[in-house]
Design a protein around this ligand. Structure first.
Ligand code: ARG
Ligand code: ZN
Length: 481
């Protein structure tokens, strides 16, 4: 083994039978580089993300053909090794043609469903800067995991919008919110097709050979992989400048028909909603704003994709709906800037985004937060299955359970009552400032709430977040009957 000098406290791999090393400046065999872990140890999705490196930037350069759903591309990943690595994993599903690490051809083998193990020619030293180039192709709508694909093909194109995983279907990544990065995304499509993604357009769509156009989008704030997206198809793109001077890019699917006006009346208020949120949650964390109204044959939900949420058509069926816009915009603070460190903490995203809707309702004079609490509490009978799902530990199959949203919002409201409005409305911007562009846990939230209020909130959070059964609330309980 190679000999290397380590300092006291350093990692020492002693060979068997070797004399105990001296305390300082000792000569010991270097630990052999190990494979990076296949996951980041998330308690719900242990194999999501990978160990041993930290991504700073993804450059995703694609070519897409709506007629065949064939996606080909090259993704360049700029990363830093955090350990000595003999190899490392990427999370990805499509067919890989080649992988290069710092210009050298590497070996790539598929392991399990979404793991791509990359072995470079030479081991990687901790701290080293890496350039990983992956060339690939595939038909993502036919690339199924457990019968499912997060890539939705539509009559006029496709969209990739999903949580907790979506990158697998279009670029190789370290697929966990613990590893946020910036993005350049460009997609070549037949001229006449629009492509929308996160952030801003660093250049206008540029003509390419073969009657094609390449669209470019850039994100300069740290972004979790599940919050990057593509919407490809026939879109009307409407640009504006927000009150804070930022670019607003809204896009409306051309095929929305009678739903179109309601979509525009809702998403068109994005900048106003962002301004209102900023007054309560603190400064807007990102560089651009907007929203995308997806087509009638696209996704059936909404997702807070960073800077530019995507909305399914169902939200416009009963007319304009600013509540869903408020919900997705609140996520820009709760989930996107302050991201969970473990998927079991999903209530930190959904509870606060749902509570933002109650605050908006109060602001609109359409029902106070207290009235919405009472209504929600009473709408689930004490023996309903709803109360058996603790929002602070819903289980991996229930991260989007109604309890995460509704009991999550009820938890936030009860916290407000417990600590008072002054502490509560100081806590919200303090939380988003303390963990801006980072990751945070429920324990950290409780600690900050306790520090600002001066109260011991252990029993409170245990009851509301972790204990099955309907918590007692004097007054509301009476209304519930
Ligand atoms: N975070 C999204 C929202 O609350 C929910 C996404 C649900 N995911 C899904 N694949 N259906 O708006
Ligand atoms: Zn949500």
């Amino acid at each position: 083994a190679a000999l290397t000098v380590t300092t006291a406290g350093g990692l020492v791999a002693g060979a068997p039978g070797q004399a105990a090393p001296p305390a300082l400046g000792r000569l010991v065999p270097a630990a052999a580089p190990q494979p990076g872990g296949p996951g980041l140890g998330d308690s719900y999705f242990p194999d999501y993300g990978n160990g041993g490196y930290d991504v700073q930037h993804y450059d995703v350069r694609l070519r897409y053909d709506p007629a065949t759903d064939l996606l080909t591309g090259t993704t360049t990943i700029l990363a830093r090794a955090t350990e000595d690595l003999s190899r490392f994993n990427l999370d990805f599903l499509l067919d890989v043609e080649s992988v290069r690490v710092d210009g050298w051809q590497a070996t790539a083998t598929r392991e399990g469903v979404h793991e791509l193990a990359v072995t470079p020619r030479r081991a990687i030293t901790a701290g080293r800067q890496l350039t990983i180039v992956v060339r690939y192709s595939g038909v993502p709508s036919e690339t199924l995991v457990g019968g499912y694909t997060g890539w939705t093909r539509t009559a006029d194109g496709a969209m990739v919008v999903n949580e907790p995983e979506s990158a697998w279907w279009w670029y190789p990544s370290n697929d966990h919110p613990q590893d946020k990065a910036t993005f350049d995304v460009s997609v070549s499509v037949p001229t006449g097709v629009e492509v929308i993604s996160n952030g801003v357009q660093p250049r206008p769509p540029l003509a390419e050979a073969g009657n094609r156009t390449r669209w470019s989008w850039r994100t300069t704030s740290p972004t979790a992989t599940y919050l990057s997206f593509l919407a490809i198809g026939q879109y009307d793109i409407v640009t504006d400048t927000a009150p804070n001077g930022q670019p607003v890019v809204n896009a409306y699917s051309a095929g929305l028909g009678e739903l179109g006006p309601a979509a525009r009346a809702s998403i068109g208020r994005t900048a106003e909603v962002v301004e209102w949120c900023s007054g309560i949650f603190g400064p807007y964390p990102f560089e651009a704003q907007g929203g995308v109204a997806g087509p009638v044959d696209g996704i059936g939900f909404a997702l807070e994709t960073q800077t530019r949420p995507v909305y399914g058509p169902g939200f416009w069926r009963r007319g304009a709906n600013t509540y869903v816009v408020v919900h997705e915009q609140a996520h820009q603070w709760f989930g996107n800037s302050v991201s969970l460190a473990d998927w079991s903490d999903i209530w930190l995203n959904e509870g606060f985004a749902s509570y933002a809707e109650w605050l908006w309702s109060e602001e609109q004079g359409e029902g106070t937060a207290q009235e919405l609490f009472d209504f929600t509490y009473a709408s689930y009978p004490a023996d309903a299955g709803f109360w058996q799902v603790p929002p602070g530990a819903p289980g991996p199959g229930r991260i989007f359970d109604a309890a995460v949203y509704d009991r999550g919002a009820m938890t936030v409201h009860q916290l407000r009552l417990a600590i008072g409005d002054e502490a509560f409305f100081a806590l919200l911007p303090a939380w988003t400032a303390a963990h801006r562009h980072g990751n945070a846990t429920t324990a950290q939230f409780q600690a900050l709430a306790e520090r600002i209020s001066g109260l011991d909130l252990d029993d409170f959070f245990t009851t509301w977040l972790l204990t099955p059964g309907r918590p007692d609330v004097p007054g509301a309980a009476r209304k519930a009957g």
